[in-house]
Design a protein around this ligand. Structure first.
Ligand SMILES: C[S@@+](CC[C@H](N)C(=O)[O-])C[C@H]1O[C@@H](n2cnc3c(N)ncnc32)[C@H](O)[C@@H]1O
Length: 623
Protein backbone atom coordinates (compact mmCIF):
# COMPACT_ATOMS: atom_id res chain seq x y z
CA UNK A 1 0.00 0.00 0.00
CA UNK A 2 2.70 2.39 0.99
CA UNK A 3 4.78 1.36 -1.96
CA UNK A 4 1.88 2.14 -4.22
CA UNK A 5 1.46 5.52 -2.57
CA UNK A 6 5.12 6.32 -3.05
CA UNK A 7 4.96 5.22 -6.65
CA UNK A 8 2.11 7.62 -7.32
CA UNK A 9 3.85 10.44 -5.60
CA UNK A 10 6.99 9.89 -7.64
CA UNK A 11 4.98 9.77 -10.86
CA UNK A 12 3.51 13.12 -10.04
CA UNK A 13 6.90 14.67 -9.39
CA UNK A 14 8.61 13.34 -12.48
CA UNK A 15 6.78 15.44 -14.98
CA UNK A 16 8.99 18.50 -15.37
CA UNK A 17 7.77 20.86 -17.99
CA UNK A 18 10.93 21.34 -19.88
CA UNK A 19 13.07 18.24 -20.03
CA UNK A 20 12.65 15.63 -22.71
CA UNK A 21 12.54 12.53 -20.61
CA UNK A 22 11.18 9.06 -20.91
CA UNK A 23 8.55 7.91 -18.54
CA UNK A 24 6.48 4.93 -17.70
CA UNK A 25 2.97 4.49 -18.98
CA UNK A 26 0.42 6.93 -17.63
CA UNK A 27 -3.14 5.93 -16.82
CA UNK A 28 -5.05 5.58 -20.07
CA UNK A 29 -8.00 7.71 -18.98
CA UNK A 30 -7.97 10.66 -21.39
CA UNK A 31 -8.66 13.73 -19.31
CA UNK A 32 -9.92 16.88 -21.06
CA UNK A 33 -6.91 18.94 -22.12
CA UNK A 34 -6.91 22.40 -20.51
CA UNK A 35 -5.61 25.28 -22.59
CA UNK A 36 -1.85 25.29 -22.41
CA UNK A 37 -1.58 28.37 -20.27
CA UNK A 38 -4.12 27.12 -17.79
CA UNK A 39 -2.46 23.74 -17.76
CA UNK A 40 0.91 25.29 -17.05
CA UNK A 41 -0.51 27.37 -14.24
CA UNK A 42 -2.37 24.41 -12.80
CA UNK A 43 0.74 22.31 -12.93
CA UNK A 44 2.84 24.96 -11.32
CA UNK A 45 0.25 25.39 -8.62
CA UNK A 46 -0.02 21.69 -7.90
CA UNK A 47 3.64 21.02 -7.96
CA UNK A 48 4.39 22.10 -4.45
CA UNK A 49 1.38 20.16 -3.28
CA UNK A 50 2.71 17.07 -5.00
CA UNK A 51 6.17 17.57 -3.67
CA UNK A 52 4.79 17.75 -0.19
CA UNK A 53 2.88 14.51 -0.73
CA UNK A 54 5.97 12.77 -2.06
CA UNK A 55 8.04 13.92 0.83
CA UNK A 56 5.53 12.70 3.36
CA UNK A 57 5.15 9.37 1.53
CA UNK A 58 8.91 8.84 1.50
CA UNK A 59 9.14 9.74 5.16
CA UNK A 60 6.47 7.19 5.90
CA UNK A 61 8.36 4.59 3.92
CA UNK A 62 11.63 5.14 5.64
CA UNK A 63 9.99 5.24 9.07
CA UNK A 64 8.15 1.95 8.51
CA UNK A 65 11.18 0.30 6.99
CA UNK A 66 9.00 -0.95 4.13
CA UNK A 67 10.65 0.91 1.32
CA UNK A 68 12.58 -2.07 -0.16
CA UNK A 69 11.62 -3.85 -3.32
CA UNK A 70 11.21 -7.17 -1.53
CA UNK A 71 8.07 -5.87 0.07
CA UNK A 72 6.29 -5.87 -3.28
CA UNK A 73 3.91 -8.75 -3.95
CA UNK A 74 5.30 -11.47 -6.27
CA UNK A 75 2.68 -10.99 -9.05
CA UNK A 76 3.21 -7.31 -8.95
CA UNK A 77 6.93 -7.82 -9.33
CA UNK A 78 6.34 -10.10 -12.28
CA UNK A 79 4.03 -7.67 -14.00
CA UNK A 80 6.38 -4.76 -13.49
CA UNK A 81 9.25 -6.82 -14.93
CA UNK A 82 7.33 -7.12 -18.17
CA UNK A 83 6.86 -3.43 -18.42
CA UNK A 84 9.52 -1.11 -19.79
CA UNK A 85 11.94 0.18 -17.26
CA UNK A 86 12.23 3.85 -16.66
CA UNK A 87 14.90 5.73 -18.50
CA UNK A 88 16.64 8.01 -16.10
CA UNK A 89 17.79 11.27 -17.60
CA UNK A 90 19.27 14.35 -16.20
CA UNK A 91 16.98 17.32 -16.02
CA UNK A 92 18.48 19.96 -18.27
CA UNK A 93 17.45 22.78 -16.01
CA UNK A 94 18.01 21.43 -12.60
CA UNK A 95 20.77 18.92 -13.18
CA UNK A 96 18.93 16.47 -10.96
CA UNK A 97 18.37 12.79 -11.44
CA UNK A 98 14.76 11.93 -12.15
CA UNK A 99 13.28 9.36 -9.91
CA UNK A 100 12.07 6.12 -11.45
CA UNK A 101 8.32 5.92 -11.90
CA UNK A 102 6.63 2.79 -10.75
CA UNK A 103 3.99 0.90 -12.64
CA UNK A 104 0.70 2.75 -13.10
CA UNK A 105 -1.23 -0.46 -12.52
CA UNK A 106 -0.55 0.07 -8.86
CA UNK A 107 -2.20 3.43 -8.76
CA UNK A 108 -5.12 2.33 -10.88
CA UNK A 109 -5.76 -0.37 -8.38
CA UNK A 110 -6.09 2.08 -5.58
CA UNK A 111 -9.67 2.50 -4.41
CA UNK A 112 -9.16 5.90 -2.78
CA UNK A 113 -7.10 8.22 -4.84
CA UNK A 114 -4.79 10.39 -2.77
CA UNK A 115 -5.01 14.17 -2.93
CA UNK A 116 -2.15 14.61 -5.40
CA UNK A 117 -4.06 12.68 -8.02
CA UNK A 118 -6.41 15.64 -8.32
CA UNK A 119 -4.07 17.06 -10.96
CA UNK A 120 -4.74 15.08 -14.10
CA UNK A 121 -1.81 14.03 -16.25
CA UNK A 122 -1.03 16.52 -19.00
CA UNK A 123 -2.23 14.20 -21.69
CA UNK A 124 -3.31 10.62 -21.94
CA UNK A 125 -0.47 8.37 -23.06
CA UNK A 126 -0.54 4.88 -24.31
CA UNK A 127 2.31 2.45 -24.22
CA UNK A 128 3.09 -0.75 -26.03
CA UNK A 129 2.36 -2.51 -22.85
CA UNK A 130 -0.70 -0.55 -21.91
CA UNK A 131 -2.26 0.40 -25.25
CA UNK A 132 -5.97 -0.01 -25.63
CA UNK A 133 -7.38 -2.59 -27.98
CA UNK A 134 -7.64 -1.51 -31.59
CA UNK A 135 -5.26 1.44 -31.10
CA UNK A 136 -2.50 1.82 -33.62
CA UNK A 137 0.86 2.33 -31.97
CA UNK A 138 2.28 4.06 -35.03
CA UNK A 139 -0.21 6.89 -34.60
CA UNK A 140 1.22 7.85 -31.26
CA UNK A 141 3.78 10.58 -31.87
CA UNK A 142 5.06 10.30 -28.34
CA UNK A 143 6.03 6.68 -28.65
CA UNK A 144 9.74 6.19 -29.29
CA UNK A 145 11.31 3.34 -31.24
CA UNK A 146 12.56 1.91 -28.01
CA UNK A 147 9.01 1.62 -26.76
CA UNK A 148 9.40 4.49 -24.38
CA UNK A 149 7.21 7.55 -24.36
CA UNK A 150 8.69 10.95 -24.91
CA UNK A 151 7.33 14.41 -24.65
CA UNK A 152 6.76 15.60 -28.17
CA UNK A 153 7.66 19.18 -27.29
CA UNK A 154 8.78 21.36 -24.47
CA UNK A 155 7.62 24.70 -23.24
CA UNK A 156 7.40 26.18 -26.68
CA UNK A 157 5.53 23.36 -28.17
CA UNK A 158 3.00 24.43 -30.75
CA UNK A 159 4.58 27.83 -31.47
CA UNK A 160 4.18 26.66 -34.99
CA UNK A 161 5.82 27.95 -38.15
CA UNK A 162 3.89 26.11 -40.81
CA UNK A 163 5.76 24.77 -43.75
CA UNK A 164 2.69 23.92 -45.76
CA UNK A 165 0.08 26.14 -47.23
CA UNK A 166 -2.79 26.04 -44.83
CA UNK A 167 -5.95 24.48 -46.03
CA UNK A 168 -8.46 27.07 -44.85
CA UNK A 169 -9.15 29.59 -47.55
CA UNK A 170 -8.96 32.50 -45.14
CA UNK A 171 -5.55 31.47 -43.94
CA UNK A 172 -4.25 30.72 -47.42
CA UNK A 173 -4.81 34.32 -48.41
CA UNK A 174 -2.21 35.34 -45.91
CA UNK A 175 0.47 33.15 -47.38
CA UNK A 176 2.55 34.23 -50.34
CA UNK A 177 3.70 31.40 -52.56
CA UNK A 178 6.75 31.37 -54.76
CA UNK A 179 6.84 30.06 -58.33
CA UNK A 180 7.29 26.49 -57.20
CA UNK A 181 4.17 26.76 -55.04
CA UNK A 182 6.09 26.68 -51.80
CA UNK A 183 5.00 29.18 -49.17
CA UNK A 184 7.18 32.21 -48.57
CA UNK A 185 7.61 31.85 -44.88
CA UNK A 186 7.91 35.56 -44.13
CA UNK A 187 4.43 36.12 -45.45
CA UNK A 188 2.91 33.57 -43.17
CA UNK A 189 0.47 35.03 -40.73
CA UNK A 190 0.59 33.06 -37.51
CA UNK A 191 -2.05 30.60 -36.57
CA UNK A 192 -4.04 31.14 -33.45
CA UNK A 193 -1.53 29.35 -31.32
CA UNK A 194 -1.95 29.44 -27.59
CA UNK A 195 1.71 28.70 -27.00
CA UNK A 196 3.74 31.08 -24.99
CA UNK A 197 6.25 32.92 -27.15
CA UNK A 198 9.88 32.30 -26.30
CA UNK A 199 11.25 34.84 -23.85
CA UNK A 200 13.14 37.63 -25.55
CA UNK A 201 16.48 36.52 -24.11
CA UNK A 202 15.99 32.93 -25.13
CA UNK A 203 18.13 32.87 -28.25
CA UNK A 204 20.83 34.87 -26.56
CA UNK A 205 20.99 32.41 -23.70
CA UNK A 206 21.26 29.54 -26.10
CA UNK A 207 23.89 31.21 -28.17
CA UNK A 208 26.00 32.49 -25.30
CA UNK A 209 29.33 30.76 -25.03
CA UNK A 210 29.98 28.71 -21.97
CA UNK A 211 31.37 30.52 -18.97
CA UNK A 212 34.25 28.12 -19.01
CA UNK A 213 36.39 29.41 -21.86
CA UNK A 214 37.81 26.01 -22.77
CA UNK A 215 34.48 24.29 -22.94
CA UNK A 216 32.76 24.18 -26.29
CA UNK A 217 29.51 26.04 -26.70
CA UNK A 218 26.78 23.88 -25.27
CA UNK A 219 24.36 24.46 -28.07
CA UNK A 220 24.26 26.27 -31.35
CA UNK A 221 21.05 27.33 -33.00
CA UNK A 222 20.73 26.68 -36.71
CA UNK A 223 19.22 30.14 -37.02
CA UNK A 224 18.10 32.94 -34.81
CA UNK A 225 14.69 31.94 -33.52
CA UNK A 226 13.94 35.51 -32.48
CA UNK A 227 14.01 36.48 -36.11
CA UNK A 228 11.27 34.03 -36.73
CA UNK A 229 9.35 35.34 -33.79
CA UNK A 230 9.82 38.91 -34.97
CA UNK A 231 8.42 38.22 -38.40
CA UNK A 232 5.40 36.47 -37.00
CA UNK A 233 4.73 39.33 -34.60
CA UNK A 234 5.35 41.88 -37.31
CA UNK A 235 2.93 40.12 -39.60
CA UNK A 236 0.33 40.22 -36.85
CA UNK A 237 0.83 43.91 -36.20
CA UNK A 238 0.88 44.98 -39.79
CA UNK A 239 -1.91 42.81 -41.03
CA UNK A 240 -4.01 44.82 -43.42
CA UNK A 241 -1.74 47.83 -43.09
CA UNK A 242 1.10 47.10 -45.45
CA UNK A 243 3.15 44.66 -47.35
CA UNK A 244 3.55 41.98 -44.74
CA UNK A 245 -0.13 41.44 -44.34
CA UNK A 246 -0.97 42.19 -47.96
CA UNK A 247 -3.26 39.65 -49.59
CA UNK A 248 -1.72 36.97 -51.77
CA UNK A 249 -3.52 38.31 -54.84
CA UNK A 250 -2.29 41.85 -54.28
CA UNK A 251 1.23 40.64 -53.60
CA UNK A 252 1.19 38.54 -56.76
CA UNK A 253 -0.05 41.46 -58.82
CA UNK A 254 2.65 43.64 -57.34
CA UNK A 255 5.37 41.08 -58.11
CA UNK A 256 4.13 40.73 -61.64
CA UNK A 257 3.98 44.49 -61.98
CA UNK A 258 0.31 44.39 -62.84
CA UNK A 259 -0.47 47.33 -60.65
CA UNK A 260 -2.82 45.30 -58.56
CA UNK A 261 -2.27 47.73 -55.73
CA UNK A 262 -4.37 50.81 -56.34
CA UNK A 263 -2.58 54.08 -55.82
CA UNK A 264 -4.97 56.50 -54.26
CA UNK A 265 -4.68 60.28 -54.17
CA UNK A 266 -3.94 59.88 -50.51
CA UNK A 267 -1.04 57.51 -51.26
CA UNK A 268 0.43 59.98 -53.72
CA UNK A 269 0.10 62.83 -51.28
CA UNK A 270 1.71 60.77 -48.56
CA UNK A 271 4.58 59.80 -50.83
CA UNK A 272 5.01 63.36 -51.96
CA UNK A 273 5.08 64.63 -48.45
CA UNK A 274 7.65 62.06 -47.46
CA UNK A 275 10.03 62.99 -50.29
CA UNK A 276 12.87 65.19 -49.26
CA UNK A 277 15.10 67.23 -51.54
CA UNK A 278 18.82 66.78 -51.34
CA UNK A 279 20.30 69.06 -48.73
CA UNK A 280 21.81 72.42 -49.71
CA UNK A 281 23.19 75.27 -47.67
CA UNK A 282 20.83 78.19 -47.14
CA UNK A 283 22.41 81.59 -47.72
CA UNK A 284 21.09 85.07 -46.91
CA UNK A 285 22.93 86.72 -49.82
CA UNK A 286 24.95 85.73 -52.85
CA UNK A 287 28.42 84.29 -52.33
CA UNK A 288 31.19 85.36 -54.70
CA UNK A 289 33.47 82.43 -55.47
CA UNK A 290 37.12 83.22 -56.09
CA UNK A 291 36.60 86.96 -55.89
CA UNK A 292 35.02 89.68 -53.79
CA UNK A 293 32.22 92.02 -54.87
CA UNK A 294 33.33 94.62 -57.43
CA UNK A 295 33.30 98.13 -56.01
CA UNK A 296 31.27 100.68 -57.96
CA UNK A 297 33.17 103.87 -58.85
CA UNK A 298 30.23 106.05 -57.90
CA UNK A 299 27.57 105.18 -55.34
CA UNK A 300 24.00 105.32 -56.61
CA UNK A 301 22.23 107.78 -54.36
CA UNK A 302 18.67 108.79 -55.09
CA UNK A 303 17.21 112.22 -54.42
CA UNK A 304 14.04 111.14 -52.68
CA UNK A 305 12.86 113.33 -49.83
CA UNK A 306 12.46 111.50 -46.54
CA UNK A 307 8.78 111.00 -45.61
CA UNK A 308 7.34 113.59 -43.27
CA UNK A 309 4.54 111.64 -41.68
CA UNK A 310 5.03 108.74 -39.33
CA UNK A 311 4.44 105.37 -40.90
CA UNK A 312 5.14 106.64 -44.43
CA UNK A 313 7.93 105.23 -46.57
CA UNK A 314 10.25 107.03 -48.96
CA UNK A 315 11.75 105.81 -52.29
CA UNK A 316 8.43 105.02 -53.92
CA UNK A 317 7.68 104.41 -57.59
CA UNK A 318 9.35 107.65 -58.64
CA UNK A 319 12.65 106.92 -56.93
CA UNK A 320 15.31 107.17 -59.63
CA UNK A 321 17.13 104.18 -58.26
CA UNK A 322 13.97 102.17 -58.28
CA UNK A 323 13.21 103.18 -61.85
CA UNK A 324 16.67 102.10 -62.90
CA UNK A 325 16.40 98.91 -60.92
CA UNK A 326 19.15 99.98 -58.62
CA UNK A 327 18.73 99.06 -55.01
CA UNK A 328 19.35 101.93 -52.62
CA UNK A 329 22.18 101.62 -50.17
CA UNK A 330 20.35 101.92 -46.83
CA UNK A 331 23.37 103.69 -45.35
CA UNK A 332 23.46 106.36 -48.06
CA UNK A 333 19.77 106.70 -48.94
CA UNK A 334 18.33 110.12 -47.95
CA UNK A 335 15.25 108.33 -46.56
CA UNK A 336 17.39 106.39 -44.10
CA UNK A 337 17.58 102.65 -43.52
CA UNK A 338 14.09 102.36 -41.98
CA UNK A 339 12.15 104.59 -44.36
CA UNK A 340 13.60 103.48 -47.71
CA UNK A 341 11.17 101.32 -49.68
CA UNK A 342 13.87 100.39 -52.19
CA UNK A 343 16.36 98.38 -50.17
CA UNK A 344 18.43 95.46 -51.53
CA UNK A 345 16.29 92.44 -52.45
CA UNK A 346 17.52 90.35 -49.56
CA UNK A 347 16.17 93.04 -47.21
CA UNK A 348 12.80 93.21 -48.93
CA UNK A 349 9.70 91.57 -47.74
CA UNK A 350 8.85 88.90 -50.24
CA UNK A 351 6.76 85.82 -49.55
CA UNK A 352 8.34 84.05 -46.58
CA UNK A 353 9.84 80.62 -47.13
CA UNK A 354 8.13 77.85 -45.21
CA UNK A 355 5.02 75.71 -45.17
CA UNK A 356 2.66 78.70 -44.83
CA UNK A 357 4.42 80.79 -47.46
CA UNK A 358 6.61 79.31 -50.16
CA UNK A 359 6.41 75.57 -49.80
CA UNK A 360 8.65 73.01 -51.51
CA UNK A 361 6.54 70.35 -53.21
CA UNK A 362 7.19 67.20 -55.20
CA UNK A 363 5.87 67.57 -58.75
CA UNK A 364 6.72 64.14 -60.16
CA UNK A 365 8.44 64.32 -63.54
CA UNK A 366 9.82 67.81 -62.88
CA UNK A 367 11.26 66.93 -59.50
CA UNK A 368 10.64 69.36 -56.68
CA UNK A 369 8.92 72.66 -57.19
CA UNK A 370 7.82 75.69 -55.20
CA UNK A 371 4.24 76.54 -54.38
CA UNK A 372 2.83 79.68 -52.83
CA UNK A 373 0.42 79.16 -49.98
CA UNK A 374 -0.61 82.83 -50.01
CA UNK A 375 -2.11 84.87 -52.84
CA UNK A 376 0.37 87.15 -54.66
CA UNK A 377 -0.50 90.36 -56.46
CA UNK A 378 0.76 91.24 -59.93
CA UNK A 379 4.14 93.00 -59.78
CA UNK A 380 4.87 91.88 -56.21
CA UNK A 381 8.35 90.86 -55.28
CA UNK A 382 8.23 87.16 -54.39
CA UNK A 383 11.76 85.92 -53.68
CA UNK A 384 15.38 86.51 -54.59
CA UNK A 385 17.24 83.79 -56.50
CA UNK A 386 20.44 83.32 -54.50
CA UNK A 387 23.51 81.22 -55.01
CA UNK A 388 27.21 81.24 -55.67
CA UNK A 389 28.47 83.63 -58.30
CA UNK A 390 30.83 81.60 -60.46
CA UNK A 391 32.40 81.95 -63.89
CA UNK A 392 30.83 80.19 -66.85
CA UNK A 393 33.81 77.92 -67.19
CA UNK A 394 33.40 76.94 -63.56
CA UNK A 395 29.74 76.19 -64.20
CA UNK A 396 30.66 73.88 -67.09
CA UNK A 397 33.33 72.27 -64.96
CA UNK A 398 30.74 71.65 -62.24
CA UNK A 399 28.36 70.10 -64.74
CA UNK A 400 31.04 67.64 -65.73
CA UNK A 401 32.27 66.92 -62.22
CA UNK A 402 30.24 67.89 -59.15
CA UNK A 403 26.89 67.56 -60.90
CA UNK A 404 27.86 64.73 -63.27
CA UNK A 405 25.23 62.39 -61.86
CA UNK A 406 22.55 65.03 -61.30
CA UNK A 407 19.41 65.50 -63.32
CA UNK A 408 18.61 68.97 -62.04
CA UNK A 409 20.77 72.05 -62.38
CA UNK A 410 20.39 75.35 -60.62
CA UNK A 411 22.16 77.83 -62.86
CA UNK A 412 20.92 81.26 -63.73
CA UNK A 413 22.72 83.71 -65.93
CA UNK A 414 24.25 86.54 -63.91
CA UNK A 415 25.65 89.08 -66.31
CA UNK A 416 26.53 87.20 -69.47
CA UNK A 417 29.92 86.27 -68.04
CA UNK A 418 29.08 84.72 -64.76
CA UNK A 419 26.43 82.39 -63.45
CA UNK A 420 24.44 82.13 -60.20
CA UNK A 421 24.71 78.53 -59.07
CA UNK A 422 22.23 77.51 -56.39
CA UNK A 423 23.19 73.84 -56.65
CA UNK A 424 25.02 73.76 -53.35
CA UNK A 425 24.19 77.05 -51.71
CA UNK A 426 21.02 79.04 -52.21
CA UNK A 427 17.46 79.54 -50.99
CA UNK A 428 14.01 78.15 -51.83
CA UNK A 429 14.01 79.93 -55.20
CA UNK A 430 16.24 77.13 -56.48
CA UNK A 431 13.17 74.89 -56.56
CA UNK A 432 11.20 77.03 -58.99
CA UNK A 433 10.60 75.10 -62.18
CA UNK A 434 10.46 76.31 -65.73
CA UNK A 435 7.23 76.91 -67.57
CA UNK A 436 6.58 78.06 -71.09
CA UNK A 437 3.58 79.93 -69.62
CA UNK A 438 5.08 81.23 -66.36
CA UNK A 439 3.61 83.28 -63.54
CA UNK A 440 6.89 84.91 -62.45
CA UNK A 441 9.60 86.84 -64.21
CA UNK A 442 13.21 87.38 -63.25
CA UNK A 443 14.29 90.96 -62.93
CA UNK A 444 17.87 91.86 -62.23
CA UNK A 445 18.58 94.58 -59.71
CA UNK A 446 21.86 96.30 -59.19
CA UNK A 447 23.21 96.77 -55.74
CA UNK A 448 24.22 100.22 -54.67
CA UNK A 449 27.91 100.78 -54.07
CA UNK A 450 29.03 97.61 -55.85
CA UNK A 451 29.01 96.43 -59.44
CA UNK A 452 26.94 93.43 -58.50
CA UNK A 453 23.39 92.22 -59.03
CA UNK A 454 20.55 90.48 -57.33
CA UNK A 455 18.01 88.37 -59.17
CA UNK A 456 14.46 89.10 -58.19
CA UNK A 457 11.40 86.99 -58.99
CA UNK A 458 8.29 89.12 -59.44
CA UNK A 459 4.69 88.13 -60.14
CA UNK A 460 3.66 88.54 -63.78
CA UNK A 461 -0.01 88.49 -62.78
CA UNK A 462 -2.13 87.77 -59.74
CA UNK A 463 -1.31 84.32 -58.40
CA UNK A 464 -3.85 82.52 -56.21
CA UNK A 465 -2.75 80.63 -53.10
CA UNK A 466 -1.82 77.01 -53.75
CA UNK A 467 -0.32 77.69 -57.20
CA UNK A 468 3.05 76.35 -58.26
CA UNK A 469 5.45 79.16 -59.09
CA UNK A 470 7.29 79.07 -62.40
CA UNK A 471 9.35 81.31 -64.60
CA UNK A 472 10.59 81.01 -68.13
CA UNK A 473 14.14 79.80 -67.92
CA UNK A 474 14.79 81.82 -71.08
CA UNK A 475 17.37 79.49 -72.43
CA UNK A 476 20.83 80.67 -73.15
CA UNK A 477 21.46 81.09 -76.82
CA UNK A 478 24.50 78.92 -77.08
CA UNK A 479 24.85 79.55 -80.78
CA UNK A 480 26.47 82.78 -79.81
CA UNK A 481 28.97 80.89 -77.72
CA UNK A 482 30.21 78.34 -80.22
CA UNK A 483 33.33 79.32 -82.11
CA UNK A 484 32.62 80.28 -85.73
CA UNK A 485 33.41 78.07 -88.73
CA UNK A 486 34.05 74.93 -86.78
CA UNK A 487 32.72 71.90 -88.61
CA UNK A 488 31.12 69.37 -86.34
CA UNK A 489 33.10 66.55 -87.93
CA UNK A 490 36.47 68.19 -87.35
CA UNK A 491 38.45 67.09 -84.31
CA UNK A 492 37.80 69.36 -81.42
CA UNK A 493 40.55 71.88 -80.83
CA UNK A 494 42.99 71.08 -78.07
CA UNK A 495 42.66 73.03 -74.83
CA UNK A 496 46.00 74.75 -75.49
CA UNK A 497 44.76 76.41 -78.65
CA UNK A 498 41.17 77.00 -77.66
CA UNK A 499 39.50 79.38 -75.39
CA UNK A 500 35.82 79.27 -74.75
CA UNK A 501 34.22 81.98 -76.74
CA UNK A 502 31.62 84.10 -75.05
CA UNK A 503 31.32 86.40 -78.00
CA UNK A 504 27.92 87.93 -78.07
CA UNK A 505 28.06 88.03 -81.84
CA UNK A 506 25.81 85.32 -83.19
CA UNK A 507 27.35 83.31 -85.97
CA UNK A 508 25.65 81.70 -88.88
CA UNK A 509 28.64 79.71 -90.09
CA UNK A 510 29.20 77.23 -87.32
CA UNK A 511 27.78 73.81 -88.01
CA UNK A 512 27.28 72.82 -84.42
CA UNK A 513 23.71 72.46 -83.34
CA UNK A 514 22.72 75.86 -82.21
CA UNK A 515 22.60 74.78 -78.59
CA UNK A 516 26.05 73.18 -78.46
CA UNK A 517 28.65 74.85 -76.32
CA UNK A 518 32.34 74.30 -76.52
CA UNK A 519 34.41 74.34 -73.39
CA UNK A 520 37.98 75.54 -73.33
CA UNK A 521 38.83 71.90 -72.65
CA UNK A 522 37.45 70.99 -76.05
CA UNK A 523 34.33 69.28 -74.77
CA UNK A 524 31.11 70.05 -76.58
CA UNK A 525 27.96 70.20 -74.48
CA UNK A 526 24.45 70.20 -75.72
CA UNK A 527 22.04 71.59 -73.20
CA UNK A 528 18.98 71.42 -75.38
CA UNK A 529 17.76 67.92 -74.86
CA UNK A 530 15.84 67.95 -71.69
CA UNK A 531 12.15 67.53 -72.14
CA UNK A 532 9.82 70.11 -70.75
CA UNK A 533 6.89 68.88 -68.69
CA UNK A 534 5.46 72.28 -67.81
CA UNK A 535 2.13 71.35 -69.32
CA UNK A 536 1.48 74.87 -70.61
CA UNK A 537 -0.49 75.19 -73.82
CA UNK A 538 2.39 77.05 -75.37
CA UNK A 539 4.98 74.47 -74.28
CA UNK A 540 7.82 74.17 -76.74
CA UNK A 541 8.57 70.60 -75.72
CA UNK A 542 12.12 71.03 -74.51
CA UNK A 543 14.13 72.84 -71.96
CA UNK A 544 16.90 74.33 -73.99
CA UNK A 545 17.67 75.66 -77.42
CA UNK A 546 14.33 74.73 -78.94
CA UNK A 547 12.57 77.16 -76.68
CA UNK A 548 14.42 80.06 -78.23
CA UNK A 549 11.61 80.90 -80.55
CA UNK A 550 8.33 79.71 -79.11
CA UNK A 551 6.95 76.72 -80.93
CA UNK A 552 3.90 77.40 -83.01
CA UNK A 553 2.79 73.84 -82.46
CA UNK A 554 0.39 73.79 -79.60
CA UNK A 555 0.96 70.95 -77.25
CA UNK A 556 -2.00 69.35 -75.51
CA UNK A 557 -2.42 70.56 -71.99
CA UNK A 558 -0.41 68.41 -69.64
CA UNK A 559 1.58 66.86 -72.46
CA UNK A 560 4.86 68.08 -73.89
CA UNK A 561 5.20 68.65 -77.61
CA UNK A 562 6.12 65.76 -79.89
CA UNK A 563 9.60 64.24 -79.84
CA UNK A 564 12.06 65.63 -82.39
CA UNK A 565 12.12 63.50 -85.53
CA UNK A 566 15.13 64.20 -87.69
CA UNK A 567 18.72 63.52 -86.73
CA UNK A 568 19.59 67.15 -86.47
CA UNK A 569 16.68 67.77 -84.21
CA UNK A 570 17.61 64.79 -82.05
CA UNK A 571 21.15 66.07 -81.86
CA UNK A 572 22.58 62.60 -82.37
CA UNK A 573 26.30 62.15 -82.18
CA UNK A 574 26.64 65.04 -79.81
CA UNK A 575 27.35 64.78 -76.15
CA UNK A 576 24.08 65.20 -74.34
CA UNK A 577 24.38 66.29 -70.78
CA UNK A 578 21.00 67.85 -70.31
CA UNK A 579 22.83 70.92 -69.12
CA UNK A 580 20.32 73.47 -68.02
CA UNK A 581 21.20 77.07 -67.73
CA UNK A 582 18.53 79.60 -67.09
CA UNK A 583 18.83 83.12 -68.36
CA UNK A 584 17.17 86.03 -66.78
CA UNK A 585 14.66 87.92 -68.70
CA UNK A 586 16.29 91.27 -68.75
CA UNK A 587 13.96 94.17 -68.37
CA UNK A 588 14.90 96.97 -70.71
CA UNK A 589 16.16 99.54 -68.30
CA UNK A 590 16.66 102.21 -70.90
CA UNK A 591 13.07 102.24 -72.01
CA UNK A 592 11.61 101.94 -68.55
CA UNK A 593 13.78 104.70 -67.21
CA UNK A 594 13.41 106.74 -70.42
CA UNK A 595 17.13 107.17 -70.40
CA UNK A 596 18.85 106.86 -73.74
CA UNK A 597 21.92 104.81 -74.53
CA UNK A 598 22.91 102.19 -77.01
CA UNK A 599 25.51 99.55 -77.67
CA UNK A 600 26.62 96.51 -75.75
CA UNK A 601 24.18 94.25 -73.95
CA UNK A 602 21.00 95.77 -72.63
CA UNK A 603 22.26 95.48 -69.09
CA UNK A 604 25.60 97.03 -69.82
CA UNK A 605 23.99 99.91 -71.68
CA UNK A 606 21.40 100.18 -68.94
CA UNK A 607 24.13 100.30 -66.38
CA UNK A 608 25.97 102.99 -68.33
CA UNK A 609 22.80 105.00 -68.74
CA UNK A 610 21.96 104.63 -65.11
CA UNK A 611 25.44 105.65 -64.15
CA UNK A 612 25.24 108.76 -66.29
CA UNK A 613 21.81 109.59 -64.93
CA UNK A 614 23.04 109.05 -61.43
CA UNK A 615 26.06 111.25 -61.94
CA UNK A 616 23.77 114.00 -63.09
CA UNK A 617 21.54 113.53 -60.10
CA UNK A 618 24.43 113.50 -57.66
CA UNK A 619 25.87 116.61 -59.29
CA UNK A 620 22.54 118.45 -59.15
CA UNK A 621 21.97 117.34 -55.58
CA UNK A 622 25.35 118.64 -54.45
CA UNK A 623 25.01 121.93 -56.38
C1 LIG B 1 16.32 75.04 -60.87
S1 LIG B 1 15.92 73.34 -60.83
C2 LIG B 1 14.25 73.34 -60.32
C3 LIG B 1 14.02 72.43 -59.14
C4 LIG B 1 14.13 70.99 -59.48
N1 LIG B 1 12.90 70.53 -60.12
C5 LIG B 1 14.42 70.14 -58.28
O1 LIG B 1 13.85 69.07 -58.11
O2 LIG B 1 15.26 70.51 -57.47
C6 LIG B 1 15.88 73.03 -62.57
C7 LIG B 1 15.66 71.58 -62.90
O3 LIG B 1 14.32 71.22 -62.71
C8 LIG B 1 13.86 70.39 -63.76
N2 LIG B 1 12.79 71.12 -64.44
C9 LIG B 1 12.41 72.36 -64.19
N3 LIG B 1 11.38 72.69 -64.96
C10 LIG B 1 11.09 71.64 -65.72
C11 LIG B 1 10.14 71.38 -66.73
N4 LIG B 1 9.25 72.27 -67.10
N5 LIG B 1 10.15 70.17 -67.30
C12 LIG B 1 11.04 69.24 -66.93
N6 LIG B 1 11.96 69.42 -65.98
C13 LIG B 1 12.00 70.61 -65.39
C14 LIG B 1 15.02 70.15 -64.65
O4 LIG B 1 15.61 68.95 -64.27
C15 LIG B 1 15.95 71.28 -64.32
O5 LIG B 1 17.29 70.91 -64.48
Amino acid sequence: MLASLAAKAVTAVTSPIKSAFAYSPAPPSPAPQPPLLDAAETRLGKRSQREESVESALTELSEDGEGDADAVEPEERASSAKKPRLAVEEDVNEGQQQLPTPSPSRSSGSSEPPAFEAAPPKRARTTRAGKADGEDEDDDPALGKDGKHYYVAGLYWSSDVPTQKRSSSAASEDVEMDESGAPIWRSIVPSRSTALPPPIHHAITLLSPSLDDDAPMPFRLPFDILRDFWFVEEAKNRKGKGRVGESAAAAKARREGKGGVKTTEEDIEKREKSKKPEPYRYIGKNVYVGRGPDKAPIPAICVCAPPKRAGEMGCGIDCINRLMQYCCDPKLCPCGPDKCANPPLNKREGVPEGKDGLRVIWTGNRGFGLKTMVPIKQGDFVIEYRGEIISRDESYRRVLTTYADKTSYYFMDYDGHEVVDAGQRGNAARFINHSCGPNLEVVRWRLAGVEEYQMGLFALHDIPAGTELTYDYGWQDFAALAPPSLPSTAPLPTPATTTTSFSSTPTTTNTFAESTILLSTGTAIDPSHQRCYCGAAECSGFLGGRAKGKSKKKAKKGKPAAEPKDEKEKGEGRKELGFVQAKIRVVDHQRRASVGGAGGTPMRSGREAARRANEKLVASASA
